[in-house]
Design a protein around this ligand. Structure first.
Ligand code: PEP
Ligand code: MG
Length: 469
């Protein structure tokens, strides 16, 4: 049994200088001896701190899915990279360590949502660590130490309870802000925790987890089951979150999984083999290429509207220009969605999208949302999952900020709402910049909502004072 403690309830990793987190792309900063974790040994590995908090427990190396059963409550999962099938084991674990990935990888996104401390991108963790080894990880500093305080089974139950409480946000006292502060959700079962933050809604509900956890590609699932069952899976997954937040808005993004993630599923053998899946057949490109499959996602939205979930909004990923948007809009209309009545919009994830925003604003979009995880990788040519270049992955790079600022300015002129739902929205420094630029809403991770709310309020008050002084 293991111990696990998270950081302050606000939970945003603080670099120690009080400046707040840079959980979105700061490089591994695991200086030996600098961790405040309980581990009593030397730092034996470093990676990227992905979910703040420290945890001690026994290593369980997981190479293959059939090894997941060996992960017990309080163990530390050590794996190349997590996948949606690992989520039940991730929930049992006290901590997560991966060889691969950056701070916007699956392991990082899901562990943050579960509140489980995680260190990603350690490169050789699965080789250097061994089953049963007691370690302590620090998910803020990105360090792994030998040893740690292992509790007894009885203490463990209590510790485990405390650990769960420690990562659950306190009852929120929500500061009133003109800029809305929303929350991101990737696992529907995190909806309750997300709603308890007092966020103004969900700024991004990813449906990849719902669909990938069916274990089959959408095409195979439909072939083996039926179109109706596929639609129902999406309806049910979204409904839980829409219900939890009602009447607060829930912005649901259509499917955006790269082919390498589909390949691991049943039916994945039919996926194209791509040299670089991040630049390949994903997001709206795939959806527009397979309207026969995509329309089932849209039918799920129509069904949700029909039964009264008028808080559901639709968002399209990875659009490049207005023609992508017009085609998606036409498909919504074809399945019977009234695009004037419903709230819908697109993600700004490529420089092309940012530079085409004026024309996109004329298509009828209600909002755009910055997907900075991708916008940064496509602007700086830094693979977001490549730990070797993670130290150059900088959401605050002037080129990225220029694209964002330009987009906000154009959208304000055209009365289109602007938002951010990439990881960078959880960084108070980015929040400050965006409020100054006039963004409409910011969507943050569950553990960062409170800090972002306070930062937004502070900046808004400063802007008001400046205007009257
Ligand atoms: C993004 O790119 O910032 C985003 C939110 O989408 P994802 O991380 O799912 O690619
Ligand atoms: Mg993206």
């Amino acid at each position: 049994m293991a111990t696990s403690t998270c950081c302050s309830p606000a939970g945003v990793a603080d670099g120690g200088d009080g400046s707040g987190a840079d959980t979105s792309g700061s490089a591994a900063n695991g200086e030996a001896g600098a961790t405040g974790s309980e581990g009593d040994g030397d730092v034996i590995l470093t990676g990227l701190g992905a979910t703040p908090g420290s945890a001690s427990g026994e290593v369980r190396i997981v190479h293959k899915l059939d090894e997941l059963d060996k992960v017990e409550e309080g163990d530390i999962i050590v794996t190349e990279m997590t996948t949606p099938d690992m989520v039940p084991a991730m929930k049992r674990a006290a901590g997560i360590v991966t060889d691969e990935g950056g701070t916007t990888s699956h392991a990082a996104i899901v562990s943050r949502e579960l509140g489980v401390p995680a260190v990603v991108g350690c490169e050789t963790a699965t080789e250097q660590l061994h089953d049963g080894q007691l370690i302590t990880i620090d998910g803020e500093k990105g360090t792994i130490r030998a040893g740690g305080q292992r509790s007894t089974a009885d203490e463990g139950d209590e510790e485990e309870y405390d650990a769960v409480e420690a990562v659950r946000p306190d009852t929120p006292v929500k500061p009133m802000t003109a800029t809305e502060v929303k929350v991101n959700v990737s696992i529907p079962s995190a909806a309750e925790r997300a709603a308890a933050t007092g966020a103004d809604g969900v700024g991004l509900l990813r449906i990849e987890h719902m669909i990938l956890s069916l274990g089959k590609t959408p095409e195979r699932y439909i072939a083996d089951n039926s179109e109706g069952e596929y639609i129902e899976q999406i309806v049910e997954g979204v409904r839980g979150v829409a219900e939890e937040f009602y009447p607060r808005p829930v912005r649901v993004r259509t499917l955006d999984a790269p082919t390498d993630e589909f390949r691991q599923l049943e039916g994945g053998g039919d996926e194209p083999v791509e040299h670089n899946p991040m630049l390949g057949y994903r997001g709206i490109r795939r959806s527009l290429d397979r309207p026969d499959v995509f329309r089932h996602e849209l039918e799920a939205f129509r069904k949700l509207f029909d039964v009264g979930y008028d808080n559901v909004e639709i968002m399209f990923p990875l659009v490049n220009d207005a023609s992508d948007v017009r085609r998606a809009k036409r498909l919504m209309e074809e399945v019977g969605i009234d695009t004037d009545k419903r709230t819908w919009g697109v993600m700004i994830e490529t420089p092309a999208a940012a530079l085409s925003v004026e024309e996109m604003a004329g298509t009828g979009v209600d909002f755009v949302s910055f997907g900075t995880n991708d916008l940064v990788q496509y602007t700086l040519a830094i693979d977001r999952n490549n730990e070797r270049v993670a130290d150059q992955y900088d959401p605050l790079h002037p080129a990225v900020l220029d694209l964002i600022d330009h987009t906000i300015e154009v959208c304000r002129e055209h009365d289109v709402a602007t938002s951010i739902c990439g990881q960078a929205g959880s960084d108070p420094r980015m929040a400050t910049h965006l409020v100054e630029e006039g963004i409409t809403s910011i969507s943050a991770n569950i553990d960062a909502v409170r800090d972002v709310q306070h930062e937004v309020k502070r900046v808004e008050q400063r802007l008001l004072l400046d205007s009257v002084r």
